[in-house]
Design a protein around this ligand. Structure first.
Ligand SMILES: Cc1ncc(COP(=O)(O)O)c(C=O)c1O
Length: 463
């Protein structure tokens, strides 16, 4: 398939990519010169033509006003769109993607063979199983409890298996509803803010400050060690906190997390702690919020096999909702989460769960850590490259992300320059919130030869 064919296919199979692109051109981000395929231009013109508009049928259903508050496209589809546009402009370029943060290395066979066996079993009477428990299979819940939370008092029934942490973030938002306030690290993984907007927890986007009204943005900068000054943070019902952090790559220390738990306790808030990168930690920082005394009364933890075991496509994650966590009326949060899981989700794939269980066998754990170790070597290569070029570089040690500072520059401009001149896709820091402006995130997920080649091109560009 040619590049333009594959782009056309991705357009026709992804309505979000299509709508983002038309949105994007009209909002003037500065790539109007990039040629688009005739198909795309044709459809856009057709919708814009007045005589055509008269015949367009509209339903009487009002658009969800919260959806209308969302800004442009979700960050990663937008980056994919720009990458595709770049490929159209330079069809022969060897584009290297260090942007979206998708894993690249094969899943170890000790894990895939368990999935294959489960899958083949489905063709037999004995091995067939249909719907499973919505909360996940007991052996997997028990294995997660003992492997990751052994000494922290988390029990099997506190764990809900899911199809990924991102999906659980949205399900948690459904539990919280529209009448809560929320805080996020700034910068942070975009799903927290966007799901909050969709749920109607926020006001409109304020263009002057690049923030949604009513969200408390907890600024995380190099100056404060990427941990917010909690004395300046207002009370909110919910606090999203990700450590090791995407995108800054920094991990909170035990003392900092103790402060966070005390802050939540003082304010009667719930922390949603995202530990999707905990196994990448090199420092002796907590891997789980439940290492902090008292956290079970104020925190939920969501995590994922995506970056641990290359399950970004397989899809498997989990969320811990301790039975000690109560709403203001004394009702257990876990019971409401269970209700949402049973209503909105019918349980994770049984094949994926077989793979997840195999990950936690002694051989599976060893294999998982080997792949993580490989990505950590990639991270070192990227960190060394930018250090050697004189940049201020953060992250990398405890997460597969390197956070590079370009003081005084717009991150989308830096993103565009790097793409244009090196054919390497990165992620603009401002896509993670106003606190990310002036940074780019470089992901360490890549084949070794691509990481080395990307670093060679960075050295040429910035020498
Ligand atoms: C911080 C963070 N949380 C959650 C996710 C999504 O995880 P999953 O693939 O399990 O939905 C990601 C993916 O990049 C992430 O960076």
């Amino acid at each position: 398939m040619s590049v333009s064919q594959s782009f056309a296919t991705s357009l026709s199979s992804s309505s979000s990519a299509f709508f983002v692109s038309s949105n994007f051109i009209s909002s003037g981000y500065g790539v109007q010169n990039v040629p688009f395929p005739a198909k795309s231009i044709g459809v856009v013109k057709c919708v814009a033509a007045p005589q055509e508009q008269e015949t367009v049928f509209k339903t009487k259903v009002p658009r969800n006003s919260n959806m209308a508050k969302l800004q442009a496209g979700y960050l990663f589809p937008e980056i994919a769109r720009r990458r595709n546009a770049h490929l159209l402009k330079y069809p022969d370029a060897k584009v290297i993607s260090l942007g979206i943060g998708d894993t690249t290395e094969p899943i170890p066979e000790v894990i895939t063979s368990a999935m294959a066996q489960k899958s083949l079993g489905l063709s037999t009477r004995e091995g067939y199983s249909g719907y499973g428990a919505e909360q996940g299979e007991k052996p997997l819940r028990a294995a997660i409890a003992s492997t990751f939370y052994g000494n922290f008092g988390i029990e099997e029934d506190d764990i809900f298996i899911s199809d990924g942490a991102k999906c659980d973030i949205s399900r948690l938002q459904v539990v919280f509803g529209s009448n809560v306030t929320m805080a996020v690290q700034d910068p942070s993984y975009p799903a927290y803010v966007d799901s909050s907007v969709i749920m109607g927890q926020t006001g409109q986007f304020q263009k002057d400050v690049e923030k949604y009204a009513t969200i408390e943005y907890m600024r995380c900068t190099a100056e404060n060690g990427f941990f917010p000054d909690l004395s300046t943070v207002g009370r909110t019902d919910i606090i999203f906190f990700c450590s090791p952090n995407n995108p800054t790559g920094s991990a909170a220390t035990r003392e900092q997390l103790t402060q966070l738990v005390q802050f939540a306790k003082k304010n009667g808030s719930i922390i949603v702690y995202d530990s999707a990168y905990a196994l990448y930690m090199s420092d002796d920082n907590p891997r789980s919020i439940f290492e902090i005394p008292g956290a079970k009364e104020v925190a939920i933890e969501t995590s994922s096999y995506s970056k641990y075991a290359g399950f970004t496509g397989v899809r498997l994650g989990w969320t811990v909702v301790p039975k000690q966590l109560l709403f203001s009326d004394g009702f257990p949060v876990a019971k409401d989460f269970n209700r949402i899981v049973c209503t909105c989700f019918n349980g994770a794939s049984n094949i994926a769960q077989a793979g997840a269980l195999a990950c936690l066998s002694p051989e599976g754990l060893k294999a998982m850590y080997e792949v993580i170790g490989f990505y950590k070597e990639n991270t070192d290569i990227i960190v060394d490259t930018f250090n050697s070029l004189g940049f201020k570089v953060y992250g990398g040690k405890n997460a597969p992300y390197v956070w590079v500072h370009f003081p005084g520059q717009s991150s989308w401009d830096v993103f565009s320059e790097i793409l244009e001149r090196t054919h390497v896709v990165t992620t603009p820091g401002s896509g993670f919130g106003p606190g990310g402006e002036g940074f780019i995130r470089v992901s360490a997920f890549g084949h070794r030869e691509n990481i080395l080649e990307a670093c060679r091109r960075f050295k040429q560009l910035y020498k």
